[in-house]
Ligand binder design. Structure first.
Ligand code: CAA
Length: 372
C-alpha cells in the first residue's frame, strides 16, 4: 500500500510541525501538547462535530510517527490520549458522553488515559480484580491499577473493573473516571529507564462512586471494548516505533558520514547493516499503514495491528542498538540521543501488550486462517 498524495502532504505537514514545535527536553511535555492542541492535532481522527479535525486513522498514525521521531515521550502521550483515551468515547460512548467528554479530549482541554493493568493482570487482562459494586444510581469502584501512562496527569481515565469476578471476562465493564473524583488517588510514579517525560503511575480507587451515566457500553462488555481499543492502540505504538527507528537510523547515518572509511567508499559491513535496517523500516511502515488503512475501511484485524506493532517496535530496538554501535563510545554517553532512542524503544516492545502477546494473537489468527 502506497500513501495517497493527500497522505504524503499530511506527513510533510506533520514533519514540519514536529521539527519546529516539538522539543525533546526533560520535563513533562506540556508545551508540546499545548502546541499540538492549538493546531487541532489532539483530536486528529475525531469527527469535527465533536471538536476534532475529522481526519482518518491513517493520518493520525502519520502524525504519531513524526512526533515520535523527535520525542517518543510526547508520541506515546498523544497516542494513548487518542487511541485508547478518546476513541473509547467515539466508538462506545453515548451521544451525551461524547458531548460531555469527547469534545474536551479532541480539543486537548482534557488528556485521556487508559487504566486496565493491575498487579496480577498484565498480559492476562481478563484476570483484573478491581471491583465495581452496583449501588443506587451507579457503582462503587475499589482496586489498584498500575503502570498507567499519564497517570496523575490525565483528566479522564477509561477504567476497567469487574462487577463479579466469578463471571471472568464476562463481568468486566468499562467506566469513565475523571481526575479528582473522590476516592481516586495517584499512588507511586515509576522511575523508568526510558520515556522520562511521561508519567507512569499507580491509580488507587477506594469506594470511588461512578454514576451509571459514566459507564461505557453495557455491563460485561468491557473486555471486548478493551481488546478492540488496543487493536487501534497497537497501531499507534507501531507508529511510535517507526519514529524512533527512523530517528536512530538518521542519527547513525549522520555519524557514519563523518568516518574516513565511509568517505573513501569502504565500511561495507556498516553499509549492509544500514541497508537491512532501512529495508525493514519500509516493510514495517507498510504493515503499519496497511493496518491503519484497513481500520479506516472497517476491515481492521487484530492480527494486522499485532504484526505492525511487533515489526515496528522490534525494529526500533535494533535500530537504536545499531545507532549506539555506530556512534561507538559517544553512543553510550548518558543523555545522548542514541541512549535515549535505545531506552525509549525498549518500552514500546512492552506496553499496549508485550510483543510476546502480539505473537500469540498473530499465531492464533494464522492458525484460524490457515489451519484446516
Ligand atoms: N477485538 C474485539 N474483541 C476481541 C478482540 C479484539 N481484538 N480480541 C478478543 N476479543 C473478544 C473475543 O471475541 C472474546 O469474546 P467472547 O467472550 O464474547 O467470545 C473475548 O474477547 C475473549 O477473547 P480471547 O479468548 O482471545 O481472550 P484471552 O483471555 O485469551 O486474551 C489476550 C487474549 C490477547 C492475551 C489479551 O488478554 C491481551 O491482549 N492481553 C494483553 C493486555 C494488554 O495489551 N495490555 C496493555 C495495557 S494498556 C497499555 O499498555 C497502554 C500504555 O500504557 C501505553
Amino acid at each position: 500500500m502506497i500513501l495517497s498524495k493527500e497522505h504524503c502532504e499530511k506527513a510533510a505537514e506533520f514533519r514540519y510541525f514536529a521539527e519546529k514545535n516539538i522539543d525533546c527536553g526533560d520535563n513533562y511535555p506540556r508545551a508540546n501538547l499545548h502546541r499540538a492542541a492549538e493546531k487541532g492535532y489532539m483530536g486528529l481522527p475525531i469527527p469535527r462535530q465533536y471538536g476534532g479535525l475529522g481526519e482518518d486513522f491513517l493520518t493520525y498514525i502519520l502524525f504519531i510517527e513524526e512526533v515520535s521521531r523527535v520525542c517518543a515521550s510526547t508520541g506515546v502521550i498523544m497516542a494513548v490520549h487518542t487511541s485508547v483515551g478518546s476513541m473509547p468515547l467515539l466508538y462506545f460512548g453515548s451521544e451525551e458522553q461524547k458531548r460531555r467528554y469527547l469534545v474536551k479530549l479532541a480539543r486537548g482541554e482534557y488528556i485521556g488515559a487508559f487504566a486496565l493493568t493491575e498487579p496480577d493482570a498484565g498480559s492476562d487482562a481478563a484476570a483484573i480484580s478491581t471491583g465495581a459494586r452496583p449501588v443506587h444510581g451507579g457503582y462503587r469502584l475499589t482496586g489498584r491499577k498500575i503502570f498507567i501512562t499519564s497517570g496523575g496527569e490525565a483528566d479522564l481515565y477509561t477504567v476497567f473493573a469487574t462487577i463479579d469476578t466469578s463471571l471472568g471476562r464476562k463481568g468486566i465493564t468499562a467506566f469513565l473516571v475523571e481526575k479528582g473524583s473522590p476516592g481516586l488517588t495517584v499512588g507511586r510514579t515509576e522511575s523508568k529507564m526510558g520515556l522520562h517525560r511521561t508519567h507512569t503511575a499507580e491509580l488507587l480507587m477506594e469506594d470511588l462512586y461512578v454514576p451509571v451515566s459514566n459507564r461505557l457500553e453495557k455491563e460485561g462488555k468491557g473486555f471486548s471494548v478493551a481488546m478492540s481499543l488496543l487493536d487501534g492502540g497497537r497501531i499507534g505504538i507501531a507508529a511510535q516505533g517507526l519514529g524512533i527507528a527512523a530517528a536512530a537510523l538518521d542519527y547513525g547515518i549522520f555519524f557514519l558520514k563523518k568516518r574516513a572509511d565511509w568517505k573513501e567508499g569502504n565500511g561495507q559491513g556498516k553499509r549492509f547493516e544500514l541497508a537491512n535496517l532501512a529495508t525493514r523500516l519500509e516493510a514495517a511502515r507498510l504493515l503499519t499503514y496497511r493496518a491503519a488503512a484497513n481500520r479506516d475501511a472497517g476491515k481492521g484485524k487484530a492480527m494486522e495491528a499485532s504484526m505492525a506493532k511487533t515489526a515496528a517496535t522490534d525494529l526500533a530496538m535494533e535500530a537504536a542498538s545499531w545507532c549506539i554501535e555506530t556512534c561507538s563510545f559517544e553512543g553510550i554517553i548518558q543523555g545522548s540521543p542514541p541512549v535515549r532512542f535505545f531506552c525509549d524503544a525498549k518500552a514500546t516492545q512492552i506496553y499496549e501488550g508485550t510483543n510476546q502477546i502480539q505473537r500469540i494473537v498473530i499465531a492464533r489468527s494464522c492458525s484460524e486462517v490457515r489451519g484446516s
